[in-house]
Design a protein around this ligand. Structure first.
Ligand code: GLY
Length: 367
């Protein structure tokens, strides 16, 4: 990993090597221009009904074909992949053409998958437009779509060659989106063994205005938070790009509980981040019960999550059926050799553990 911070303008550039592929991340204030991304070749912009204005602004005066999908998780289907592939074919995109995904996690994952199979692999660039996509989906090369009723059931590892993170696209994010992204930031801060991300977020209570819809922190702090989060995730995925070891699995802190909560509450009832925040509280409690999470650390993490207004009570008001919850958890696709791997905070980062069902039932049920 190489990284650089440019002078006074708070911009950052990181270069990660993911499974032998170079992936560069640019954290800048302004939107990138299609002209600069595509150069003399051809490209296809992929956006949704929310991010079309951003895609148009990126295209500028350049005639760049644009494939627009419906916004939201329900569009994360094989049909959408086919729509993107057809748009690329109709636009005459050659194998050296560039797919440019402009949007949140759904658009990032769909465009990544389409690029990974188009003529056996075309160049992928991503312009994540939400905090959640910047600090999670756009970094690390996971692509995919939902299938057979399961989230991200099909996909590939296909890192974007370039990821542009324009902070300006965050200015119009609704508070709920900020809250969703902030939970992933907290997760990454728990995994940051240097403690730096937690420190930056604590400066002037940087997360509070984000999650409450108040004024955003200044560009310098916002860029620094995103940069440190990208750096922590980038280092983890560099070390374990395809989650074959035990390192990348740590990024699932709060997610096994959180995904089950999302499913039990009904898709869309909670944002991903709200579910992950609740899941991290359960992970702390599990770590405490197993003697893996020091009480002071658990107290600090839970205190931070609670202070930002996330629901932390167990059982969750939208998921009172503990048996059903356990059944959903048991079906988690992150199982290895048939057993569920859960992530709990440890002294300075996080660790993988397994847990017996009666203990999980007590944690989920708040008993
Ligand atoms: N979202 C978790 C990962 O990228 O591995």
């Amino acid at each position: 990993m190489r990284n650089a911070r440019h002078g006074m303008n708070n911009n950052y550039t990181f270069t990660f090597t993911l499974g032998g592929v170079l992936s560069r991340v640019f954290i800048e204030h302004e939107l990138p221009a299609a002209e600069g991304i595509i150069g003399a070749g051809n490209g296809l912009l992929v956006c949704d009904t929310h991010t079309e204005p951003l895609a148009r602004a990126i295209a500028g005066n350049r005639e760049t074909p644009c494939c627009k999908l419906q916004a939201g998780e329900t569009a994360k289907t094989w049909q959408s992949v086919e729509t993107i592939l057809k748009a690329a074919k109709d636009a005459g995109l050659s194998r050296d053409g560039v797919f440019i995904g402009v949007g949140g996690g759904v658009i990032n994952d769909l465009t990544g998958f389409a690029a990974s199979v188009y003529m056996r692999g075309a160049e992928l660039c991503l312009v994540p437009s939400t905090l959640l996509a910047m600090v999670d989906a756009a970094v690390g090369g996971k692509t995919g779509f939902d299938l057979f009723g399961a989230k991200n059931f099909a996909g590939s590892f296909y890192p974007a060659a370039r990821v542009y993170m324009p902070a300006t696209s965050l200015r119009s994010l609704p508070a709920r989106e900020w809250k969703s992204g902030a939970a992933e930031l907290i997760k990454t801060a728990v995994l940051d063994t240097t403690g730096r991300l937690m420190e930056i977020m604590a400066e002037g209570d940087a997360l509070k205005p984000l999650v409450s819809g108040g004024a955003l922190p200044d560009t310098g702090i916002l860029h620094e938070i995103i940069a440190q989060s990208v750096l922590v995730k980038g280092r983890i995925v560099e070390a374990d790009p395809k989650e074959t070891g035990s390192l990348r699995a740590l990024l699932n802190l709060g997610h096994t509980f959180g995904h089950a909560l999302e499913a039990c509450a009904g898709l869309g009832a909670l944002s991903h981040g709200e579910a992950v925040a609740w899941g991290m509280v359960r992970a702390c409690e599990l770590g405490l019960s197993l003697g893996r999470t020091p009480p002071a650390r658990s107290g600090r993490i839970i205190g931070l999550i609670r202070s930002l207004g996330y629901e932390t009570a167990a059982p969750h008001p939208l998921a009172q059926d503990i048996e059903a919850f356990l059944r959903v958890m048991a079906g988690d696709k992150k199982k290895k050799a048939g057993s569920l791997r859960l992530v709990v905070p440890d002294e300075a980062g996080a660790a993988l553990v397994s847990a017996e069902t009666p203990l999980l039932a007590r944690i989920i049920g708040g008993r």
